[in-house]
Design a protein around this ligand. Structure first.
Ligand SMILES: Cc1cc2nc3c(=O)[nH]c(=O)nc-3n(C[C@H](O)[C@H](O)[C@H](O)COP(=O)(O)OP(=O)(O)OC[C@H]3O[C@@H](n4cnc5c(N)ncnc54)[C@H](O)[C@@H]3O)c2cc1C
Length: 496
């Protein structure tokens, strides 16, 4: 007897097995929904593990250790010969990334959800068409044309068999982001590398032009400069780290300059060209035309949502340019299709992608009890040395949103533990409500800034006031006790 065909193959289909997609899959599966995850990347693991947070931080940490050894005489230590073996530095990073990625592969392959290795795109609002993952040959050619000798993996994951189409009742799109196209067509002709390539270099270039001044640009520029690459950074905005307050951006910019980086701010890119083996760019600054050249150019002007190949119009999912438009429930314009992570934004941050994936999943599981995003505790960390971190409001954002705040800062060059560490750059800053004293934001540019900001995340999560923070015990001598100074200053100003 022929059984009638089920209307849907799955309750939920999730496109993309990065941070957002994996979080969504774990949540729907735990609630008993029949779930499939479709991953079309050549490697399994997502951006954070493979080409984002983890490899970049592994390399930055190595560059920080190198920097410390080179300045060991500060503490009266004699290290007569410092140096590095770049192949070993990269090998350690590769080993760590493989460890993280293989753990994630096991989680995906042994999960209770189905895991398919294919590219997905919509043919209608409930149907996906699946196709084979890009041929490695094609991609290898693309990368070689960028003039770079980097490791290229073959397709990873379980067998390549998958159905041609599948139907699901609900979807979560979590397809991440890709490096934005270059702003000048000449750059494509001249050739450039991206963060993907910079994290896989087999050989260090002698000199490098970094286009961009955001988190990834600053981190990679400092890593390479500390490994003796002559780095020139060219950025459009007037300060490094445009989204941070001016004091924070300048504190990081000053250290980049001290590390030997030529940092040009407030510029307009005009042209890109080749000069023999070198690549060059021309830009304007203060009405002057400036030409710089180097062995390589790193394009780090941002990323855009990876949605071009999804045929979203077939599913009725609306986009703003490439970005999938979603509401606070992570629901798109097609109510049964949700989105999470870099493909929908507005922030390209791992823990936000995870939260969004979980929220999307929970709204699929129980639409009657809606879960929504809340960015009150939005946290940003840049892992340069000094690290730059914020939570909640910045002064810039408070001004833009006309939210009244009072602020107080304290510098690391006047704090016991940072003096011991000779980590004198930067400061901490608190923003508080002028009447209640509730902490509305915090910034830390300094040693372990990414760790120290978590005290303020916890304080803000519990809606603590500066008065409460000021009297909270802090062990001495620690970096963390620096928060008590701005807290005390504000507590004195704001009557209880
Ligand atoms: C150099 C660098 C450093 C970074 N450092 C940090 C950091 O320190 N901290 C931080 O919070 N964030 C950092 N980020 C950002 C962070 O990595 C991303 O925000 C996060 O990984 C995005 O997760 P996601 O799930 O949205 O996307 P991804 O992890 O990119 O996952 C998307 C997946 O979808 C797959 N896919 C795409 N299209 C299809 C399709 N059609 N069919 C099937 N599968 C598809 C892709 O292969 C990919 O595996 C960094 C980013 C970069 C580039």
């Amino acid at each position: 007897m022929n059984r009638p065909k089920a209307k849907f193959d799955y309750d939920v289909a999730i496109i993309g097995a990065g941070s957002g997609g994996f979080a969504a899959a774990r949540t729907t599966t735990a609630a008993g929904l029949k779930t499939v995850v479709i991953e079309g990347g050549r490697e399994v693991g997502g951006l954070c593990i493979l080409r984002g947070c983890m490899p970049s931080k592994a390399l930055l940490y190595a560059s920080e250790v190198l920097h410390l050894t080179r300045h060991a005489n500060t503490w009266g230590l004699r290290i007569p010969k410092t140096g590095f073996d770049f192949a070993k530095v990269m090998a350690r990073k590769d080993w760590m990334i493989e460890d993280f990625a293989s753990y994630r592969r096991k989680q995906l392959e042994n999960a209770k959800f189905a895991f398919l290795r294919a590219n997905a795109r919509f043919t209608d609002s409930h149907t996906l068409e699946l196709s084979a993952i890009d041929s490695p040959k094609l991609s290898r050619k693309r990368i070689e044309s960028a003039d770079h000798n980097i490791h290229l993996p073959s397709v990873e994951g379980p067998g390549v068999s998958f159905p041609k189409t599948l139907r699901a009742k609900y979807f979560v799109i979590a397809t991440g982001s890709a490096v934005s196209a270059p702003p000048l067509p000449q750059l494509a002709e001249v050739g450039y590398i991206t963060s993907d390539h910079a994290l896989m270099l087999k050989r260090l270039p002698k000199s490098l032009i970094v286009l961009g001044g955001g988190a990834v640009a600053c981190e990679l520029a400092q890593f390479l400069a500390r490994f003796d690459v002559k780095v020139t950074m060219i950025q459009r905005s007037p300060q490094a780290l445009r989204d941070f307050d001016v004091d924070a951006g300048n504190a990081v910019g000053n250290v980049l300059r001290r590390d030997g980086i030529r940092l040009f701010t407030d510029t307009k890119l005009i042209d890109a060209w080749r000069d023999g083996r070198n690549k060059g760019v021309t830009f304007e600054q203060n009405g002057q035309r400036i030409r710089v050249k180097a062995e390589e150019i790193l394009l780090s002007l941002g990323r855009e949502p990876n949605t071009a190949r999804l045929n979203l119009e077939n599913a009725g999912v609306k986009c703003d340019k490439a970005r999938i438009i979603s509401n606070k429930r992570m629901q798109t314009s097609a109510p049964h299709i949700f989105a999470a992570g870099d493909c929908t934004g507005p922030y390209e941050i791992v823990h936000i992608a995870i939260q969004q994936g979980e929220i999307a999943a929970k709204n699929i599981i129980n639409p009657r009890k809606p879960q929504t995003t809340d960015y009150r505790l939005l946290t940003n960390v840049v892992f340069t040395d000094p690290q730059a971190a914020t939570v909640g409001l910045t002064e810039k954002e408070a001004a833009a949103r006309k939210i009244p705040v009072v602020t107080a800062c304290y510098p690391f060059n006047d704090h016991g533990k940072s003096l011991i560490m000779e980590a004198l750059d930067g400061f901490v800053k608190l923003l508080a409500h002028p009447h209640t004293g509730e902490i509305l934001g915090g910034a830390c540019v300094g040693p372990m800034g990414g760790e120290l900001i978590h005290e303020i995340i916890a304080a803000m999560a519990k809606r603590m006031t500066v008065h409460e923070l000021a009297v909270m015990p802090h062990y001495h001598p620690t970096l963390a006790e620096i928060w008590t100074y701005p807290a005390e200053e504000l507590a004195d100003k704001i009557p209880r």
